[in-house]
Design a protein around this ligand. Structure first.
Ligand SMILES: *Cc1c(COP(=O)(O)O)cnc(C)c1O
Length: 362
């Protein structure tokens, strides 16, 4: 299945680009005002909506995932609005850092890295004044998976919006925007969607669109009201990342052919295997409780030694993700996101076992 792969990349984003995806980008310049392009955007939009489990409008933005977070903040809030941001790692902190300059009244709730967001502690901070809870689904710096379904349940009858960063979860773990009562979901092209960076996606339900209508947003580039009009015609206001769109379309076709359920199960199986092997070798994991672990990546503890392990793996032709600062020296991350198969994780963990044993023989 994976014969075209020469070296093994178990990355945490941008992820491995399958040959089919790379070939799809080998395409002449594509006018974003052509029917050919509209067909691409249409297919991409429908495919991403399916992965997010939504029938609501999906915006396609030309920016990275962080740009989508910023766009959401610009379009949904005004200075003084109260929001709650649970932080379970560096990506929760990213949301906080993006939101901070906008003058929002932010209730920040810090959890220890390696924990998931405790719903009771978060809900204690939610009042009638709270406009939104903004949180990550998978916390990519630690590998924690927040129970978004439970948060959706807790917030569904309130005015408070649930805004979820699904950059490292879409197409890796199940997410059901509509069924789980999530109001806004964002993701990006370069993780589970197996494509180069360049595109971000934002889906919003009516409760969120009502908020957009309330905010007098006269911003030029990230203007969701303008964007939405164009989306209905399968186009964007300005020039989109056309070739990333071609890549995403091909990746979505691959996911469709394999079957989304199978894709998600493959992620789960690979991550479980990495967790088991890592512990069997002698490592400790950042997320100890399997129920809280995401299937996109596994964060392995190697105090003071993380760079040794990643560079030794690299020498053997296996690329994995480093730790994300401040965990850079002490952890590394094995990505199981996107185009990763059993033989890849097996090769990686066999090599890791060898490296560990050589090192610890003294
Ligand atoms: C990768 C990632 C981001 C950042 O996305 P960029 O595209 O690098 O801006 C945001 N949130 C999560 C959870 C991520 O994994």
């Amino acid at each position: 299945m994976n014969l075209a792969k020469k070296n093994i990349q178990l990355l945490v984003g941008p992820t491995y680009l399958p040959e089919r995806v790379r070939k799809a980008m080998d395409h002449p310049a594509l006018s974003h005002r052509s029917q050919e392009y509209y067909d691409v955007q249409h297919e991409v939009t429908e495919g991403v909506k399916k992965i997010l489990g939504t029938s609501h409008d999906l915006l396609m933005l030309t920016c990275s995932g962080t740009g989508a977070i910023e766009a959401i903040i610009q379009n949904l809030f005004k200075p003084g609005d109260q929001v709650v941001i649970p932080i379970t790692g560096e990506f929760g902190k990213l949301i906080y850092n993006v939101a901070k300059p906008y003058g929002l009244d932010i209730k920040r709730i810090d959890f220890d890295y390696g924990q998931v967001a405790d719903i009771n502690q978060v809900m204690d901070q939610v009042t009638d004044e709270t406009k939104a809870v903004l949180m990550v689904h998978n916390e990519s710096s630690t590998g924690a998976k927040n129970d978004i379904q439970a948060f959706g349940e807790a917030l569904k009858d309130k005015d408070t919006l649930l805004i979820v960063d699904a950059v490292s979860s879409a197409a890796c773990v199940e997410i059901q925007m509509d069924q789980w009562h999530i109001d806004v979901v964002l993701t990006a092209s370069q993780k589970g969607l197996m494509s180069p960076p360049g595109l971000a996606f934002v889906a919003m339900n009516d409760k969120a669109w009502d908020k957009v209508a309330e905010i007098a947003n006269d911003r030029y580039y990230f203007n969701f009201r303008k964007d939405r009009k164009y989306v209905h015609e399968d186009r964007t206001v300005h020039t989109p990342a056309t070739h990333t769109a071609l890549a995403v379309r091909e990746a979505l076709r691959m996911i469709e052919e394999e079957g989304l359920d199978k894709v998600l199960n493959r992620h789960q199986d690979n991550a479980r295997y990495v967790r088991q092997e890592a512990q069997d070798i002698g490592f400790k994991l950042m997320i100890e409780d399997e129920a809280n672990a995401c299937a996109s990546l596994t964060c392995i503890k190697a105090p003071g030694q993380a760079k040794y392990y990643t560079s030794e793996l690299k020498k053997r032709g296996i690329e994995v993700g480093g730790g994300k600062n401040p965990l850079g020296e002490d952890t590394f991350r094995i990505g199981t996101m996107g185009y990763v198969f059993k033989e890849d994780v097996t090769a990686c963990m066999d090599a890791l076992r060898e490296i560990y044993q050589e090192k610890n023989r003294g």
